[in-house]
Every structure is written in C-alpha cells, then in structure tokens.
Design a binder for this molecule. Structure first.
Ligand code: BGC
Length: 728
C-alpha cells in the first residue's frame, strides 16, 4: 500500500474518521492482532509484527522498540504502529514517594507534577504508555499493593488519580513528553479478602458504586486513555471477564471511549478461577465482557477468529476492541510520529526533577508523635547517632514498583544529614541490623555504644522495598526482624530517640510509640527522601502530611477504615483505650472488642506539624439546602504556633437517616492552607448538594431529603460540627 492509499495518515481528518477508515481496511486477523500485547521481543515476533499480529509490547527497551516499530510501520501491510507500555508508577529514574506516600500530601498539584516528570523521563526512554494510576480503594494494610494505592478514601483517590492522569497525559497526549495513563485495576482488586493479593472480593453493588467505582469514573471523565481489568474475582465473576463492570458500566453507562487492557495473563487465569474451562472459553468471556487488549497470554490470538466463525463472538465486539486500541494510538500521535525523539538522557534526574521529588517527599511525611524532640536544633548538638537499616539504603527508600530506579541515585538520610548538620557535629552511623527483616543482633552492641555517646538518636526503621508491592502481603504488621528489639535496646540508653519509619504500608505502631520521643512516617520517600527528611528533622520545613489510610492498633482491627457504618450497637466510648490483650467484660453488648480498642491508633486524615492549628467558628451560610443547591461552610483556622506551616483542612458529612445505612463520616472536600505564625484565615467550602447522593443495591441513585451533620477539622475525628437539612 502506498501513502496515498492510507487515508488515515491524513492529519487533517477528524479522529473518528481516521480510526474508521483504517478499521475498514483491516482483515479479521489484523484486527485480532491489535488485541495482543507481548512482553518479550523474541525473534519470531518480528514476523508477527510484520504480519500485523501484535498491537503492543510491554517492557521493551528503547532500541528494540525502535526496530520493531520500523517493522510495524514500514513492513506491515497497513503500517499500524506499536504502542509500548511499562509500569512507571511513581517515577522513571527520578522516583517520587510511593503513591500511598504521595497521597499523604493531599496535594493534587504535587501529584500532578510527579506524574508529569515521570512522563517526561519515561517518554525519553521510548515509553508511550504507563500502567498507572492505581486507584484501588485499599482498606487493608496487609495487602502489599496498598503501597501503590492512593489510600482508603474515594474522594481523595479520585482527586489524586485525576491529577496523575493529567500529569501523565498533559494537555495533549500526543506531545513528545506525554504518555497515556492506564487506570487500574478495574475493579475491586483492593478489597482482596484478608488482604491476600489476588484474593476474592465481595462487594455489594451499592458499595461498589459509592466507594470503589468513583475514582475510576473520575479518571475516565478526566480523559484517561486506558483502563486495566484486574486479577480478582468480584462477587463470583472474575473482573477480566465481567460484562457488568466493563461493557455495561464502563463502556455503556459511562460512555467511555478508551481502551481496556487485561492484567498480565488475567484472561487465561480465569481457568484457575473456575470461570472458563479452557483458553477458548476464557477468550470468549473476556472479549464478550469488553477487554480489548490481552496482556501476555495468547487466548485472543489463538481463538478469537475460531470463536467468531463458530458464532460465539459478535463481529461488533472484535471491531469495538480493535477500534479502541487504534483510537488510543491515534490520540497518542503514533501514526504521525511513530519513532521516539532523539534520546535525551540528560533529563533523567535533572535538577528540577530532583527538586520536585524532594518537595513531594517533604509533603508526604506524616508526623505521628512529637513530645518536643522535633525539630532538632543543630546549635545544641555535639554528637548524633544515626542508626537503622534504612538510614542509608538507597534502593529500599524508593520502595516497590521502581523498575528503572538505581539505588545509587538515591540521596539517603545519612548522606543528607552529613551535609545539613554543621561540621562541628560528630555523626556516628551504624545499621544495627543488616536489613529490615534480619533477626541478626550482632550489630546491636555498636549501635548501643553510639547511642550512649550521642545527644540524640535518629533511628531509621521500617520495611525494605520488597516487603510491599504485588504479591507481598503480610500477616504481621509490626516492625519486621529484630527491629523492635533494636528500638527497645536503643531506648534503654535513656537517650532521646527520634524514629523515622520508611514502609510501604501502615505498620502496627502500638509497641513502637512508648520508645520514641517523636515518630515521623516517611513511607518510601523516593530518590530525594534523604534531603526531604533532613529538612523536616532540622525544622527547615514543618511536616504537613496527613494519613490517607487509618493505622490500626493491632492486626485484629483490620479493616479499620474511618468511613464505616454505625451498626445497631455502636462501639461505646467507655471501651476506648482498653489495654490490648486484657480481656474485660463486654461493655454494654456493643460492637467493641473485649480485649482491645475499637478505634484505630491514628485515624484517616491525621498528621501533626511543628505548630498548633486552632479551629473555631464553624459557620454554615444556611442550614437548609435543596437539590441543585450548595452548602456553604466556613471555619476560622489559626496558626497558634511559632513556625509557618501547612494544614490540610478537611470537610466531612454524615447522612443521619437514609433508605440505606450511610457511613458515620465521609470526606467531601479538603484544602491545603499555609499560614504564618499567628495568622488566622477563614477557610470556606462549597459543597454541591448533589454530592450527598448515594447508590443503592439496584444501582439507583438517591438524593434523599433529611438531616445531615457536617464537620470541619484536621482529621477524620475532628469535633467542630454543624447540622443542616436537605429539603425535599
Ligand atoms: C500487575 C499490573 C502491572 C502488570 C504489568 C501485573 O502483574 O498487576 O499492575 O501493570 O503486571 O507489569
């Protein structure tokens, strides 16, 4: 075919016309070819590409991709380019904090910039498409992939998910430094029973629509170019063969024009689920459900044509799948510019990228406890002991899903503190234990001796990178290995202990708190974790992170999410603070534990700073609102301390009585506010009444008249409240 015979290459034509003209020129085999994504560029694939039998690759290095692209564009019958994907989850070479850490910033601007920088670096490596954001609501810290999530709240995950989509795709996904986003894992993957990865999820339709679907919908509406179906079985139907969620909700109800890729072999894994008896049936179910592109496994390639001929598939489903893959390629500009721009390795880890990563890490750290030990005042220090397996662990501080990071690129806390502390301060360092999981205690003696000699101990404990992420769920959430022992041994010296925790999930901190004067939770903070932590520890910055997920007192409380329902016998306040493990008489036959607290150790939204924020005068403009109206609420926020600092002001509501029981609180909005010492500001919110609506189990949306409560404050247990009524 000559260029003249390829009208779809004409950039002046409208997008849909280009797609349809190309689609109508394709054979059935070529359409099915667009529906396969391959991960290993073996030699035989050159011929497959030449024959138009592969639509996409993942994890292919830039030079190999350029070669395959040349074959696709110049040697295949229709010249359809390949789209190349890779997991660029929280950065390419410059790593930002893990997504859960970024979520603690409550800052869409920061998250958007992180994704933009990831896109810039990834596109320079020839990548067109990332498999992010992951917007699975995660209420279970045992689940290793909570690290990759944006936390437990649908409003927070929606806002930050959208920010990531915008960052990756930019104003124009075809721009050379933009890449396509992929919203995953559709849907319910984070509700894995027992927090065990890949496990069954049972989610009633109302909960699906009120909690799990909103971030996906928000990202779809923000123009995310693709979705990924998940591994899990949802209510008995694997999500990669689920017509209800994909074809009905996503493609029909939401009218989503983008493309749906399966997860890695999740189509053929439906045989293990017991939902398809063989590859052919798996292909039939997934194509019927609306999964357009098969990642890695080969069921479409091997069976789609036969299934069509046997009348088990509709031609329109194949057309729909191929059309969506092609549409994404057109929107990405691949037909117009199939080859990567000349390599620009100088942008990797360039100064602006590092500074943005440093800011993101600073904003993501959450101060959980401080009895005055922080910030450190360097002028009073003569000798500091830096102890712990994560003080100087460049590869671990970037966390999971950092395929292209290099440990040596990380700036560790040890290196950063060496630079930031005055040269007069003597600095001793020892890891104490060889790794976070190690039970070896031979390094204790050196660490204890250093602690004894120091004015203050900075202890860096937590989880190394491989303790979270895919297939890395944990059943025990206390500090792994002998770290608790190390902490206690160091604390026994009587020295002030400042504890920094790096981890991919909320850990159970109950046994930790009594031994540390201050606890700063750094998640896995990324390449620039060291300088960010030095800034925070030394008071150049005040912590501003807030928890995007509740921290349990002990594993038995899980799930400990804040937006639960009240029950008919709500847990009583008398049972608060029951010592863990002490069986007491049941307190009033209510929903308590008899041997432990029912409330989490730290609630969703919690986080301290180096100042004190005071809230007063919560005001509602009107205590009545009608459908279509807006609730206008405001509060005075004062920085009552002596440092400038940023507070995330959060607005929660409760629908007191409804035709379906509603959560005791739901976050509806939040704002980050920076105040100088002594400054007061009125923080105002406008909440559209429509946001009070909810779905029932028949997927019907309700906006019900009645009484509501509203709170504004610094975490999900805030106490400034007001009441309003939604009028009929
Ligand atoms: C993960 C996805 C990821 C894919 C490709 C799967 O195992 O679940 O999140 O995008 O692999 O690497």
């Amino acid at each position: 075919m000559t260029a003249l015979q390829r009208p779809w290459l004409n950039k002046q034509l409208p997008l849909e016309e280009r797609v349809e003209t190309l689609l109508s020129a394709m054979t059935l085999e070529e359409k099915i070819g667009q529906m396969w994504q391959v991960h290993d560029p073996k030699d035989q694939h050159d011929q497959n590409v030449r024959e138009g039998r592969i639509g996409s690759f993942l994890n292919v290095p830039r030079d190999q991709l350029a070669r395959l692209q040349r074959i696709a564009v110049e040697e295949s019958r229709l010249g359809v380019p390949i789209v190349a994907g890779r997991d660029v989850i929280h950065g390419y070479r410059t790593l930002f904090p893990i997504p859960l850490g970024q979520a603690a910033s409550f800052n869409p601007e920061t998250v958007r910039l992180g994704a933009k920088i990831a896109a810039r670096e990834a596109s320079a490596a020839g990548i067109h498409w990332t498999f992010a954001p992951m917007v699975d609501i995660s209420r279970d810290p045992r689940w290793g992939r909570i690290a990759e999530s944006l936390g437990e709240d649908p409003v927070l995950a929606s806002r930050l998910g959208v920010a990531m989509v915008e960052g990756f795709q930019g104003d124009d996904p075809a721009a050379p430094d933009s890449i396509a986003a992929c919203v995953k894992h559709y849907v319910g993957y984070g509700a894995a029973e027992g927090g065990r990865d890949y496990n069954t999820a049972l989610i009633p339709e109302s909960e699906l629509r009120n909690v799990y679907l909103p971030p996906f919908r928000a990202c779809a509406e923000a123009g995310a170019l693709s979705f990924m179906s998940a591994f899990n079985d949802l209510n008995g139907v694997p999500t990669s063969g689920n017509p209800h969620t994909i074809r009905n909700i996503l493609k029909t109800e939401w009218n989503y024009p983008g493309m749906v890729v399966s997860d890695w072999c999740s189509i053929t894994e439906m045989i293990n689920h017991g939902y398809a008896c063989d590859e052919a049936e798996a292909a039939q179910r997934s194509i019927a459900a609306g999964v357009d592109l098969e990642m890695v496994s080969e069921s479409y390639r091997n069976h789609a044509a036969g299934l069509l001929r046997a009348g088990k598939l509709r031609q329109e489903w194949i057309d729909d799948a191929a059309r969506r893959v092609l549409r994404m390629k057109f929107v990405l500009g691949l037909f117009d510019n199939p080859y990567p721009a000349p390599a620009t390795p100088e942008i990797f880890l360039c100064e602006p990228h590092l500074q943005a990563a440093r800011r993101a890490a600073t904003e993501s750290c959450v101060l959980l406890k401080n009895n005055g030990a922080l910030p450190l005042s360097p002028s009073g220090l003569k000798r500091v002991a830096i102890i712990g397996p994560l003080a100087n662990a460049g590869a671990d501080q970037v966390g999971c899903w950092a395929m292209d990071a290099r440990g040596e690129d990380s700036q560790t806390p040890l290196a950063a503190l060496r630079q930031s502390l005055p040269s007069t301060v003597v600095l001793d360092y020892s890891p104490g234990v060889p790794s976070s999981r190690s039970v070896d205690t031979t390094g204790f003696a050196e660490a204890i001796a250093q602690a004894r000699a120091a004015d203050v101990v900075l202890l860096f404990l937590g989880e190394e990178a491989l303790l979270s992420g895919e297939a890395h769920s944990r059943a025990f959430l206390t500090l792994p290995g002998s770290q608790q022992q190390l902490l206690e041994a160091i604390a026994a010296t009587g020295k002030t202990v400042v504890l920094v925790i790096m981890a991919g999930r909320p850990l159970v901190l109950t046994p930790v708190l009594p031994h540390a004067s201050a606890v700063l939770y750094a998640w896995h903070p990324g390449t620039m974790g060291g300088p960010a932590l030095a800034d925070l520890l030394l008071g150049k910055e005040s912590p501003s992170g807030k928890l995007p997920v509740s921290f349990p007192v002990m594993e038995g409380q899980i799930p400990a999410y804040y937006n639960k329902r009240n029950t008919g016998r709500p847990p009583s306040d008398e049972s608060r603070g029951l010592p863990q493990g002490t069986p007491l008489d049941p307190v009033g036959f209510s929903a308590n534990y008899i041997d432990g607290d029912h409330l989490p150790l730290f609630p969703f939204g919690f986080g301290l700073s180096y100042t004190r924020f005071e809230y007063q005068n919560l005001t509602l403009k009107s205590s009545d609102v009608r459908a279509g109206g807006v609730i206008e609420a405001s509060i005075e926020l004062r920085n009552a301390g002596s440092m400038p600092a940023t507070e995330t002001v959060q607005l929660y509501v409760r629908d007191l009585f409804a035709s379906l029981t509603r959560p005791v609180r739901e976050l509806k909005d939040f704002q980050r506010v920076t105040l100088a010492p002594g400054e007061t500001r009125v923080v105002a919110f406008k909440l559209p009444a429509e946001q009070l609506a909810f779905y029932d189990n028949e997927a019907k949306r309700h906006l019900e008249a009645g009484d509501f409560k509203l709170w504004i404050g610094g975490d999900s247990r805030c106490t400034n409240e007001a009441a309003f009524r939604l009028l009929a």
